[in-house]
Write a new protein. Structure first.
Length: 582
C-alpha cells in the first residue's frame, strides 16, 4: 500500500531530496527502490503515469537474450539470465517460467554467418541450423546456471517436435526447447517498485503526471497533477526518461544525442486454437526475412511480436497496419494449418526502445546492454546528471544496483542492503508451493467472507497484496462485479483507486490492471470503473465524462480497440469461441 504522500510534499524543503530521478519507467523505478532501501532521500517524477512509456510496451518476456550470444555479448547474457532467475523468485506473482520452442529448418546452416557476426560483422546470421541451436542453447544453460530454477534445454527430432507443436510447418527437421520467463503485469510491477521505495524511506517522494516548470541555478520545480508545485535542489539528477532522455537533458541545459531508438510493435490475437496448440510454450522463430519473431499465450490471448524499426517519436508511436500484416503472414508461414486474419486482432501496442545511438545497419544488432554516462556539474547547474541509456526489462535490478553504487559513492555513503533477493510488491511472503497457495487462499477467504477460489484468483493477480484488497474497510463489495468482466469486482477497483496513486481512469485499466489488454472491457464496465474512481477521487460528472472519453480515444488511437456496451468493436468479426483467462 502506498502511503499518503501529501504531508511529505506539504513539509518539503528544497534541500530534503538528495537524488531526483526523472522518468518512472522500469529503470527509474528500480533505481528509486534501491536508493530508498539504502536510506537515500529520492524524488521520482514522470510527466505521465508510472510505467506508462516504453516500459508498458515490451514483449512481456523476462529473458536472458539468447540472440545476444551471436554478437558476443556474453556478459549481457550472463547478467540477463541471472536477473531472470532472480525475478522468478522475487516477483512470483508477476513472473513465471515460459518453455520455449525453436523450430529448426536445417542441420548445419548459419555456422559461418554466426562466426562472422561474432567477429564483428554487421550482417545478422540467417537460418540457424540444429548444430548452431544446440551450441547456443548449451551456452545459454551455462550462463543461466546461477540461481537456476528451471530445467535445462533439449533438442528433439522432427517427429517429436511436431507431436509437441502439431501446427508447426512440416519443413522443420528438429526443434529446440529451453526455458525463459514471462511477466504478466509489467506496468503493475513498475508501480510496485515505486511503492516499495516509498515504504522503505518515509522521506522519499513520487509524483506521476508532474510537469517540469523550471530548472535554474540548481533548483528544479515541478507542477503536480493537482496544480501544486514543489521545488527541490538535488545533489544529483538521474535522467531515466528512456526515449525522452535527450529531450530531458536539453530541458536541464545539457543538450545530448545519446538515444537512437527502435520501434517494437506487438499484436494480441483472440485465437483459441492457436493458444491451445502452444500448450503453454512460446515459439521463438525466424520470419522469412530473417527477423526474430515470437508467439505465446498471454492471459488467454496469443501475443505476437515484435518489430525492430528505427524510430524517434515515442509520443505518437503505434502499431501500423503493415506491421500487423507482417505478423500475420509470418504466422501463416510458420503454422500453415491454422487460419490467421485481421479479425482476430483484439489489441496492439508499440513503444520505442531507448537504445544507444548507433551506426549499425541492422537495428537488431544494436546492443541491448546499458550504460550510465555522467555529465558533471558546471556553472549554473551544480548537480551532475547521470543518464540511464539502453538496457532491457530483465536487467533493471542489476542496472539499478550498478548506478546506485555509483550514487552512493558520490554521496559518500555505503550500501545497507542488497536487492538481489528482495521481493517486490505482492511477491513478499508469496506462498511457494501449490499447497501453500491453497492454504493461504483458504485462510484469507475465511476472514474476508469470499470463496477460496476467489482469494486464489486475486493472489494470482496481485500477489499477497490481495489480502489488503479483501480486508480493507471499504463500502464496495467484492461480490459486485463489473459489467462484461465478471472476475473483476467493484471492491478491487475501489482499493486500487484509493491506494495506488491513481490520477486518471486510464491508470486503472491500462496499468494497475490488465483490463484493457485482455480485450474484455466493455463501455458499460468502463463507466462503472469511472463511477468508482469518481466517488473515491471526488470527480464531478464533467470530469468523469472526460476521463471516459480519454480512455476510449487512447484505446482507439494507440491500441486498435474500440469499446461498445457489448465489448469490443474493431470492424472485425470476432471468432465465436472466445476464451479468456483472468
Amino acid at each position: 500500500m502506498t502511503p499518503d504522500l501529501q504531508p511529505r510534499f506539504d513539509t518539503l524543503r528544497e534541500t530534503d531530496i538528495d537524488v531526483l530521478i526523472i522518468g518512472a519507467g522500469i529503470n527509474g523505478a528500480g533505481l528509486f527502490r534501491d536508493l530508498c532501501v539504502q536510506g537515500v532521500n529520492c524524488a521520482i517524477v514522470d510527466k505521465a503515469d508510472f510505467g506508462s512509456g516504453t516500459s508498458a510496451a515490451p514483449s512481456r518476456l523476462i529473458h536472458g537474450g539468447l540472440k545476444y550470444l551471436e554478437t558476443g555479448e556474453f556478459g549481457l547474457v550472463a547478467q540477463s539470465t541471472l536477473e531472470r532467475n532472480l525475478l522468478l523468485k522475487n516477483a512470483p506473482h508477476c513472473v513465471e517460467p515460459l518453455p520455449t520452442f525453436i523450430p529448426v529448418f536445417s542441420w548445419t546452416r548459419g555456422i559461418w554467418a554466426a562466426l562472422r557476426t561474432l567477429l564483428g560483422s554487421k550482417t545478422a546470421p540467417r537460418s540457424r541450423g540444429a548444430i548452431l541451436v544446440k551450441i547456443g542453447l548449451g551456452l545459454y544453460d551455462f550462463f543461466g546456471s546461477r540461481d537456476q530454477v528451471m530445467p535445462r534445454h533439449r533438442v528433439v527430432l522432427k517427429g517429436r517436435a511436431r507431436r509437441e507443436m502439431p501446427h508447426v510447418t512440416p519443413a522443420i527437421v528438429a526443434g529446440g526447447i529451453y526455458y525463459d520467463a514471462k511477466v504478466s503485469r509489467p506496468e503493475r510491477l513498475v508501480y510496485e517498485l515505486v511503492g516499495d521505495g516509498l515504504d522503505a524511506n518515509e522521506k522519499s517522494l513520487a509524483a506521476n503526471f508532474a510537469t517540469l516548470v523550471e530548472s535554474r541555478a540548481g533548483r528544479v520545480t515541478y507542477r503536480k497533477a493537482d496544480g501544486r508545485e514543489f521545488t527541490v535542489a538535488p545533489k544529483l539528477v538521474i535522467n531515466a526518461a528512456g526515449p525522452w532522455i535527450d529531450h530531458v537533458n536539453t530541458a536541464l541545459g545539457y543538450p545530448s544525442k545519446l538515444i537512437g531508438g527502435t520501434k517494437g510493435s506487438h499484436i494480441l490475437l483472440d485465437h483459441p486454437a492457436l493458444v491451445k496448440s502452444l500448450n503453454g510454450h512460446m515459439i521463438y522463430f525466424e520470419a522469412d526475412d530473417g527477423r526474430i519473431c515470437l508467439v505465446y499465450d498471454y492471459l488467454g490471448l496469443a501475443l505476437v511480436g515484435s518489430t525492430d524499426i528505427p524510430a524517434n517519436d515515442p509520443d505518437t508511436v503505434r502499431c501500423e497496419e503493415p506491421e500487423t500484416d507482417y505478423f500475420l503472414e509470418s504466422l501463416r508461414s510458420l503454422l500453415p494449418s491454422l487460419q490467421f486474419d485481421r479479425s482476430q486482432v483484439v489489441y496492439s501496442y508499440s513503444g520505442i526502445r531507448p537504445l544507444p545511438a548507433s551506426d549499425a545497419t541492422a537495428p537488431g544488432l544494436i546492443s541491448r546492454d546499458h550504460s550510465a554516462p555522467v555529465r558533471e556539474a558546471e556553472a549554473g547547474r551544480p548537480f551532475p546528471i547521470i543518464s540511464l541509456v539502453g538496457g532491457k526489462w530483465t536487467t533493471f535490478r542489476g542496472f539499478a544496483e550498478e548506478v546506485a553504487d555509483t550514487v552512493l559513492s558520490r554521496l559518500q555513503r555505503s550500501r545497507r542492503q542488497s536487492t538481489r533477493y528482495l521481493a517486490i510488491g505482492g511477491g513478499k511472503d508469496f506462498p511457494a508451493s501449490e499447497r501453500a497457495r491453497g492454504d493461504w487462499a483458504t485462510a484469507i477467504a475465511e476472514r474476508a467472507g469470499v470463496s477460496a477460489e476467489r482469494a486464489e484468483e486475486l493472489l494470482r493477480r496481485y500477489g499477497t497484496t490481495a489480502a489488503a484488497v479483501l480486508s480493507a474497510d471499504l463500502t464496495t463489495s467484492d461480490h459486485r462485479r463489473l459489467s462484461g468482466v465478471p472476475d473483476y469486482s467493484f471492491r478491487e477497483i475501489d482499493w486500487i483507486v484509493r491506494n495506488e496513486m491513481v490520477v486518471h481512469l486510464s491508470d486503472i485499466v491500462l496499468r494497475r490492471t490488465t483490463l484493457a489488454i485482455e480485450g474484455r472491457l466493455t463501455l458499460a464496465g468502463l463507466r462503472e470503473i469511472a463511477g468508482i474512481a469518481g466517488t473515491a477521487l471526488s470527480w464531478d460528472a464533467g470530469r468523469v465524462a472526460v476521463e471516459i472519453d480519454d480512455v476510449v480515444t487512447q484505446l482507439d488511437r494507440f491500441h486498435s480497440q474500440r469499446l461498445t456496451d457489448k465489448g469490443l468493436r474493431t470492424d472485425r468479426v470476432s471468432p465465436p469461441d472466445r476464451r479468456r483467462d483472468g
